[in-house]
Design a protein around this ligand. Sequence first.
Ligand code: PGA
Length: 239
Amino acid sequence: MVNLSDFSSFFIANWKLNGNIDFIKDYFSKLQLNSKNGVVICAPNIYLNLLQKNNKNLFSGAQDVSKYHEGAFTGETSVNMLNDLGVDFCLVGHSERRQYFHENNREVLSKSNNLIEKKIIPVICIGETLEDRQKKITKNVLSKQLEECVPSNSNFQNALIAYEPIWAIGTGLTPKLDEIDEVHDFIRNFDKKFKNFKILYGGSVKASNSIDIVSLNNVNGCLIGGSSLKIDEFNKIIE
Ligand code: PGA
């Protein structure tokens, strides 16, 4: 299992439904790692065993996992299957899974539990909609997600939290730095066990804003979608 304490920050690439074999070859020939940060590449499942890992600071991740262990569930991939491939991390509760595939907090909790049991690190994603933010109920929404999605046996060594305001994902919009700071501070203090958790920010992270975002006190890395597909941009972010 990855020792999360070995790194001050994590940078997680979420390729979503993108990439192919040529893309992967080119990507890893250009990826420039440094030893301070952990880097995780979350690829579509079919490519997971093509991803390079060095088990020092480069790791592989899935973008979702089935809540079922086995049986007649066409199209699903189980925690055991990810474990067989040596996958280190798995996103859970990404807003696109919630929005397009109706994933709910109960499922996020159950998937996170199953992953922890198999020593795969769940990256538990939470975030508010634009409407929530405008109604000033961001903290209520996040509280409910934290209460209902984060397993009771999780800790800073076996799980990560990613705060991703839904309205910032893929839109080029980001909250102001003090707004990100405020939310991360809120999550950090929500439960005493979150004191040492790594809390990542996601949503329109790019090379030009990542330095400011990760320099915030309670931000311990980023979850990066669009910009992780451009290797030159991603190299600058993880630099
Ligand atoms: P984005 O996506 O960086 O393209 O906004 C982030 C994510 O979906 O995790």
